[in-house]
Design a protein around this ligand. Structure first.
Ligand SMILES: Nc1ncnc2c1ncn2[C@@H]1O[C@H](COP(=O)(O)OP(=O)(O)O)[C@@H](O)[C@H]1O
Ligand SMILES: Cc1ncc(COP(=O)(O)OP(=O)(O)O)c(N)n1
Length: 273
């Protein structure tokens, strides 16, 4: 049976990030994708022009309506926009004892536009982080969650990943895309220790939605039965492939999207069988 995976996130009409990217990553990684919208975002490859939040009670309605009908095998949480939506999502997830949750603590888009109110970081840290299985901050998001400055090397990243786990979450994938350099190194912290995930840095202008893609693919692979470290490693492989294929696309003037493409995983004899 194909697993059902849910994204709780904001939108991107140009299809590169947010819900639109998550649904592509879910499909490409062999799962059935579903979406609860938290905010409508007028954005493209060049940036964000405006945001309309969905009222928190309607976010709750979307979630309850879905959970009352459909089995949800894993969840990816992305843009939540403000503290009220954060509290609402945390509350409904607890109400339904939802499990297998990846939280991408989205705060600021690549363009520099804020996607989370500055005063909502505390709600995210205190009310949602301890409720999920894995968090996937980038370097500025990790620094904001901890109230410290950004690390400048992988040793500093490993130390921050440990401190993030002390917020009450077992697994942390601290993404190092913002560090620069020839390879793109992330730090994965689990209860078994710290692991570096290093991949070649792909040279392309089409790198919009990398964080969304990674967290969504991880949720999909977890729903398909991978243990958490394997889900993260395979999702990072998937993202690197999507970045390598990104120059096939001609979408917009700015940071274009990565290219999500369907693949058969090693050992499969039928599509995602
Ligand atoms: N040019 C690139 N080549 C390869 N991997 C990249 C590249 N840019 C980003 N990544 C990877 O994409 C993921 C998300 O990137 P990052 O920029 O750190 O987070 P976010 O997209 O949330 O800001 C990380 O795994 C990072 O290592
Ligand atoms: C609606 C929405 N959610 C999240 C983001 C940020 O996405 P990310 O994958 O971090 O990609 P960049 O914006 O950094 O390219 C977004 N832009 N919109």
């Amino acid at each position: 049976m194909i697993p059902n995976v849910l994204t709780i996130a904001g939108t991107d009409p140009s299809g590169g990030a947010g819900i639109q990217a998550d649904l592509k990553a879910f499909s490409a990684n062999g799962t059935y994708g579903m979406a609860v919208t938290t905010a409508l975002v007028a954005q493209t490859t060049t940036g964000v022009s405006s945001v309309r939040e969905i009222p928190a009670d309607f976010v709750a309605d979307q979630l309850r309506t879905l959970f009352d009908d459909v089995r949800v095998d894993a969840i990816k949480i992305g843009m939540l926009s403000d503290a009220e939506i954060i509290r609402t999502v945390a509350g409904v997830l607890s109400e339904y004892s939802a499990r297998e949750i990846v939280l991408d603590p989205v705060m600021v888009a690549k363009s520099g536009d804020r996607l989370l109110a500055a005063d909502a970081v505390r709600a995210l840290r205190d009310e949602l982080v301890p409720r999920v299985d894995l968090i996937t901050p980038n370097l500025p998001e990790a620094a904001d969650l901890l109230g410290v400055s950004e690390p400048t090397d992988t040793e500093g990243m490993a130390a921050q990943a440990e401190r993030l786990a002390e917020l009450g979450v077992e697994r942390v994938l601290l993404k190092g895309g913002h560090l620069g350099g020839e390879s793109s190194v992330d730090v994965l912290r689990t209860t078994s220790g710290v692991e570096l995930l290093a991949h070649e840095r792909v040279v392309t202008k089409n790198d919009h939605g990398t964080g969304c893609t990674l967290s969504a693919a991880t949720a999909a692979l977890r729903a398909r039965g991978r243990d958490w470290p394997t889900a993260v490693r395979e999702a990072k492989d998937y993202l690197t492939g999507a970045l390598r294929a990104a120059d096939l696309l001609d979408v917009g003037q700015g940071h274009g999207p990565v290219h999500h493409f369907y693949r058969w995983w090693p050992g499969e004899t039928t599509p995602h069988g």
